[in-house]
Design a protein around this ligand. Sequence first.
Ligand code: CA
Length: 518
Amino acid sequence: MITSRLTLRALFSLDLLKCTVLGIAALLIATGPALAQAAGCPNIIFIFSDDHAYQAISAYGYGLNRTPNIDRIGREGMRFDRCLTTNSLCGPSRACVLTGKYSHLNGFYNNANSRFDGSQTTFPKLMHAAGYQTAMVGKWHLISDPTGFDLWDILPGQGVYYNPQMIRNGVTSKQSGYVTDLITDKSLDWLKHRDPTKPFLLMCQHKAPHRNWQPALKNLHHYDGVAFPEPPTLFDDYAGRGKGEHEQDMMIRSTLTAADLKFTPPGDLTQDQRKVWDAYYDPLNARMKELQLSGDDLTRWKYQRYMHDYLACIDSIDESVGKLLAYLKQTGLDKNTIVVYASDQGFYLGEHGWFDKRWIFEESLRTPLLVRWPGVTRPGSVNRDMVSNLDFAETFLDAAGVSVPAEMQGRSLKPVLAGKTPSTWRQSFYYHYYEHPAEHNVPRQYGVITPRYKLVHFYEPEYAYWELFDLKRDPHEMKSVFGKPAYAKVQQELQTELARLRVELKVPDQDPPETMEK
Ligand code: CA
């Protein structure tokens, strides 16, 4: 153990040396400190939101809202159209990002009873050891305290939207304000007071737009008079699919609560804030009750309310991104700072009648990813390769000139960002979700995704069925073709590939006991 630590330390010294050599070379040719750093190791700002559907980023072209600042990251860099998550859930995605490993190797399977082992190797630790200043601000949600950061200032658990408590390097205090603004201000404050002679990693992780979608009070009126277009599958009846889809509990129609729909105000508002809240929602709620809606009309109303609140939360995130980009521009840091925008997973905005995530299906499997990397990525690039949150740790280490540990399971996106995807890039991707039995009643599932097909196994004994989707013919995943003679060859190939991936990725045959509720 001591030997391996020494070896790692020696490696870090070499990594730091690489930066130092570049830094000295830069100093010799540069005229100012920003330029000196510009030729050395890049800074990284990782902006990570929670449950932000790609459909709700205007760069993706769905026409639901406008996110000019998030869009700008893609316009100045690359928009990824096929970034897939390993396990579509808050905690497991965060653990995957930190470790570059699937849940079965990083030990964080689900939000119900997993606890992150902070002693394991993470990319912030490796970057810190290589000379980076590191900070983690916002939603952490991994139960144990963060490790590997000079500063951590996090929400306890999920956190709340208004006047939240936050824990700064172990000390808890109540804050005044809106959570997205607080996370932004704390991130900017750290940037302004950091040591300007060292490169930095800032992880700015938002709570928004997580349920129950409570907007900044100043943004409540943003969508007045807007009727959001309904997705074509809002009234999906799940014909052509199995027991899991029929029995889930994540429906716009029946699962949303009075708190979700803003008939019950949150308890975290001050008296003055509560007045603003009531002045907005009370008249709308009264009008809705007068209408005495039922059936599909009531579902339509719920969808509109859900979308209003969800998108108004995203407006604050876009403002936050704008403030961070403006600071980088003002200080000249934009020239040597990689900016990444991603969410922990995708989200349903009424597709299949759902909100929430969890499934291997497109809206929750995919997550938005936009990256600007000056000097590496051609502005305005669009990429459709299968990339993943599994690749983030490797990418950041590669960018920092730090060796990527062999145990990490993803690949650096640096060549992809440079427009040169290696010919050996993955053509299939493994997915595995574990949180069942639990809220929303979505069964455990694993599967394989290829550019055209998706094969999924719902493997708990009370489910025990397979589905196969042909994304080219059935992009909304409405009808499984598993067992259809026309797909026999494809099905066989996918089953072989799935078995191969499970061996390659060291997936255990049985889910371990720690995936069960204690
Ligand atoms: Ca999430």
